[in-house]
Design a protein around this ligand. Structure first.
Ligand code: UN1
Length: 513
């Protein structure tokens, strides 16, 4: 079979067959048991990584703690300069890293490259930010007093990331955390550990060349038990976790029990509303990319299309036609639109959802199917499906991480569509396709979409890094990436300075000695 240069890419990234899974930078530790990473593309073993042991975790925390004491003293723009060099290195390695993302995770090579581009973009953003970690000044109510606020580094940031964006989500967190003066400990998904090894190799090299201490970027590996070491650890003031709602609830409770902060980016159940004034061509591109891109495994994937009854048949026919063009196969082959799901467990969940939605009364418009035969040996390739359904179905209410698109109908005015779109527990991304200003503004208004992301004439997925990324309700409420998302990585301090010879009390309180 064609290898699409994957071996060369692994070599360039320093990913070997056996990799120590714990690292504080240049130093690596590998005393734990190995676990394997198989590619969903062809089912082949890519490599093995050791699971972080309790002792190794303690070593990581020791290094991270002492690194923080040094790193926080480096002026923020100098920390930004290190992140700039990291971004340069990512530019050099964009192709091999994009290839590894595609091969280990299964998304198309184009989307793998796009993910590395998101890393580069957030580095650029963070470099500028390193000179803009602004606080405010206030006017004191007392004479001869000055008040202001400032942001200080927070400490050690724990990052738990998911398989679906195995490199970008780490970078969203680290690039900001580093310019903010924090050090990071990262546990990548146990489904994509080699992406973690590759990223850690890249940053370790940058830190070493700049004579920076061990511990600024740390890697730990393994299943949820390794994640629990961080969530229970009071030396980690902030845990940023991306993944399922189930996982987020566990992390949030563990971190809250010790009054730590958590930044949660959990499931979505994203809808596009298609109004009578929608541009059909744009709708089809947005909806199809949103539903089948990354094989429906983005947290921003389009899961529901809420279509006005007057448009329903036209939209339905156009989307069903578009699905007939989809080529499913090796995601490294640029002629393919849809790659595999992450593993056979994900395939089983896809099949279970399709069975259940039919039991609930759903009508299948494009049949789903697990593909087998030549090219599909991994057992992870499935056909994107479309089902006519009702918003109230349990299957429609849940996030199934697979390419299943639910077609829902609305009648009357746009409020009815908005009510359906908001009528789920998740609140990540949402979109409306319309050329009607009133409908668009209604959708964006206080009475409109309740999601963290609300788009007009754009699909639900593919956000740029410049905005704050995250969502409401059971999506967890966290915001990562652009805008002022940096603030959660710092501690805020309010300062009042008295430059007089008197000591007046606030609120005019008299206290005579
Ligand atoms: C995710 O699926 O966890 O907006 C992140 C998007 C991407 C990021 C998705 N930029 O689809």
């Amino acid at each position: 079979a064609k290898s699409f240069g994957i071996h060369g890419a692994l070599q360039q990234l320093g990913v070997r067959l056996e990799n120590p899974g714990t690292s504080t930078g240049s130093k690596t530790f590998g005393s734990g048991e190995y676990f394997s990473s198989h590619s969903p593309v062809d089912g082949q073993l890519i490599g093995k990584v050791t699971q972080t042991t309790v002792d190794e975790y303690a070593k990581v925390m020791e290094k991270a703690s002492s690194a923080f004491l040094e790193w926080r003293l480096l002026p923020a723009p100098q920390r930004g300069e290190i992140v700039r060099r990291f971004g340069e290195k990512l530019r050099e390695l964009k192709e091999p890293l994009g290839k590894l993302v595609s091969y280990e995770m299964g998304k198309s090579y184009q989307e793998g490259l796009g993910e590395v581009q998101e890393m580069i973009d957030i580095c650029d953003f963070a470099v500028g930010l390193s000179r803009q970690l602004h606080g405010l000044t206030m006017h004191s109510e007392r004479p001869g007093h000055r008040m202001y606020e400032q942001y200080h580094p927070l400490g050690i940031v724990g990052i738990i990331s998911a398989f679906n964006f195995p490199v970008a989500v780490w970078a969203w967190n680290t690039a900001l955390a580093w310019v903010c003066g924090d050090v990071c400990v990262w546990k990548p998904s146990e489904k994509t550990p080699l992406c973690g090894i590759a990223c850690q190799n890249i940053i370790a090299d940058v830190l070493k060349k700049n004579n920076l201490p061990e511990g600024i970027s740390c890697l730990i590996n393994g299943d949820y038990k390794v994640g629990e070491m961080m969530t229970a650890d009071q030396h980690i003031p902030l845990v940023s976790a991306t993944g399922s709602i189930r996982m987020g609830k566990i992390v949030a409770q563990a971190v809250a029990a010790r009054l730590g902060k958590s930044l949660l980016e959990l499931g979505g159940n994203n809808a596009i509303i298609v109004t009578p004034d929608a541009d059909i061509k744009m709708t089809v591109i947005g909806a199809v990319f949103g539903a089948v891109g990354t094989a429906g495994q983005r947290c921003t994937s389009t899961r529901r299309l809420i279509v006005h009854e007057s448009m329903y048949d036209r939209v339905k026919n156009a989307i069903v036609d578009a699905y007939k063009q989809l080529k499913i196969g090796n995601p490294l082959d640029e002629n393919m639109h849809v790659g595999p799901l992450i593993d056979t467990d994900a395939v089983a969940m896809y099949e279970a959802s399709l069975r259940k939605v039919v039991q609930e009364g759903g009508k299948v418009l494009v049949e789903g199917e697990v593909l087998n035969g030549a090219g599909f040996e991994s057992g992870c390739y499935v056909k994107p499906a479309i089902v006519e359904a009702e918003n109230s179905y349990e299957t429609v209410q849940e996030e199934t991480f697979a390419p299943i698109l639910y077609l829902l109908k609305y009648s009357g005015n746009v409020e009815n569509a908005i009510a359906q779109q908001n009528g789920v527990v998740q609140g990540l991304s949402s979109a409306i396709m319309t050329n009607n200003l009133r409908e668009a503004e209604r959708f964006l208004s206080v009475a409109g979409s309740d999601c963290g992301i609300a788009n007009v004439n754009i699909g639900t997925s593919g956000a740029e890094i410049g905005g704050a990324f995250g969502g409401e309700k059971e999506t967890g409420g966290g915001r990562e990436s652009g805008s002022d998302a940096w603030k959660i990585y710092m501690r805020r301090q309010t300062n009042t300075i008295n430059y007089t010879t008197e000591l007046p009390l606030a609120q005019g309180i008299k206290f005579n000695l």
